[in-house]
Design a protein around this ligand. Structure first.
Ligand code: HEM
Length: 180
C-alpha cells in the first residue's frame, strides 16, 4: 500500500501566481520600452524562448506518454521539467519585452492572416494556461486523481498548443527582427 498524500491548500498560491504573472505580462505590453544601451544582441532572447517552448512541448508529450502507461513517477518528472522550461521562458520573455520594441510582422497575405490567428489564439490561451496548469499540478500533487484527470484533459492539449504555437510564431516573426 502506498502512503496517503499529505493534503496541502495551494489555492492562495494559485490565485496569487495566476494574477501576478498575467498582470506583469500585460503591464510590460503597454509600458514604454527601456531605451538605454544594452551590451548584447537582445534578439538572441526570443531564440532561447523558442528553444524553451520546444522543450516544454516535448516534455509534455513525454508526461502524456508515461501517464498513458500508468507510470506516475515519470509523468510527474516530465511535468516538473515542463514547468522548469516554462519558468525559464517567462524569465526570458519578461527580460526581452522589457528591452525590445515590438516587431511588426512583415509578411503579406495569406501569411499575415495565418500569423495573427496563431498569435491571438496563442496569447489568449497562454493567459488561460497559467491558472489551468497550476490547478492541474496541485490536484496531481494532492493525488485528487479524478478531479486531476478531469481538468488535465483540457490542460494537456491547450498547453501543447500554446508551446507549439510559441515556436511557430517565433519562426514566422524572426525574419523581421531588425538586422536580420
Ligand atoms: C500541469 C500538470 C499536469 C498535467 C497537464 C497532467 C496531465 C495528465 C493527464 C493528461 C492525465 C491523463 C488523464 C486521463 O486519463 O484522461 C493525467 C493523469 C494523472 N496524473 Fe497528471 N498531469 C499533471 C501533473 C501531475 C502531477 C504533478 C502528478 C503527481 C504525481 C500527477 C499525477 C497523475 C495521476 C495519478 C494520474 C492518473 C493516472 C491513472 O489514470 O491511473 N499529474 N495527468
Amino acid at each position: 500500500m502506498s502512503e496517503p498524500v499529505k493534503q496541502r491548500n495551494y489555492t492562495p498560491l494559485v490565485i496569487i501566481l495566476s494574477i501576478a504573472i498575467n498582470v506583469i505580462v500585460a503591464v510590460l505590453f503597454f509600458m514604454p520600452k527601456y531605451n538605454g544601451d544594452v551590451s548584447f544582441n537582445i534578439y538572441i532572447l526570443p531564440r532561447f524562448n523558442a528553444i524553451f517552448n520546444s522543450f516544454t512541448f516535448v516534455f509534455l508529450l513525454a508526461a502524456l506518454f508515461f501517464i498513458l502507461r500508468k507510470n506516475i513517477k515519470m509523468h510527474r518528472r516530465f511535468i516538473f521539467a515542463a514547468f522548469t522550461t516554462t519558468f525559464l521562458f517567462l524569465l526570458f520573455y519578461v527580460t526581452y519585452h522589457f528591452l525590445a520594441p515590438t516587431t511588426h510582422y512583415g509578411g503579406g497575405s495569406p501569411w499575415r492572416g495565418i500569423y495573427f490567428f496563431i498569435l491571438v489564439t496563442h496569447v489568449f490561451l497562454a493567459a488561460l494556461i497559467v491558472p489551468l496548469a497550476l490547478i492541474t499540478v496541485t490536484r496531481g500533487l494532492n493525488m485528487k486523481v479524478e478531479k486531476h484527470k478531469k481538468i488535465a484533459r483540457w490542460t494537456m492539449p491547450l498547453w501543447l498548443y500554446v508551446s507549439l504555437t510559441g515556436v511557430i510564431v517565433y519562426l514566422m516573426i524572426s525574419p523581421y527582427y531588425p538586422g536580420q
